[in-house]
Design a protein around this ligand. Sequence first.
Ligand SMILES: *Cc1c(COP(=O)(O)O)cnc(C)c1O
Length: 241
Amino acid sequence: MTGVAANVARVRERIAAAARRSGRRPEEITLVAVTKAVDPARIHEAVASGVTDLGENRVQEAVPKVAALAAAWDATGSPRVRWHMVGHLQRNKVRQALSIFTVIHSLDSAPLAASLNRQIVAQVSPQRRPLDVLVQVNVASEPQKFGVSPDALPALLRQIVELPGLRVVGLMTIAPLVDNPEKARPIFHRLRLLRDQLSRLRVGESLTQLSMGMSDDFEVAVEEGATMVRIGRAIFGEHPP
Ligand SMILES: *Cc1c(COP(=O)(O)O)cnc(C)c1O
């Protein structure tokens, strides 16, 4: 087994253990392997070990990488992978982003939602519409962080659900950097409560997904209800500076 494959196996075991601790089934949680700064050969190792969902945080980096992998896979019989956009999306990158990503985790403003919707209607084939999106929430209201504040979330959701090109499937957050993952627990718990409250209000009919948890805190996130964990370093090792 390669290092990447062994890491994927270990991460899956840890997700499963965290799920069972909280009375959940491991299959409820999608592992999104975040491949920023990772070369195509190592991404391929992750896919060969069963990873089906890959995440990137920058459109410029993702476009050539996704193309290189798609070309290699086309030659050998494509594994089915889905690319998730997990980083901040600039409006001038929307067109390119739509050519590769099937899920956007980082929708955080009405203008971005409008740009996405406009491009989807113009560019994305009807069979692939609507596009699944998650709204990024800045739960702790950290000034340096992207994401809508919890207070502004209901109004933004009401705007997004009017757009035919988008389907809001859940919420995403990035927890503050902390020395102990337990300190991130209240953030994850709060995102889950927001999701539950908004589901009761029926804003966004299918608010089922919670994208939360990274290499240092994914077990706590799973215990708090994560349905998608975004993991880079625990699979691919520390990235180069
Ligand atoms: C890089 C990144 C991750 C993965 O982080 P690790 O700490 O390497 O697991 C998850 N989410 C986003 C938005 C990222 O940019």
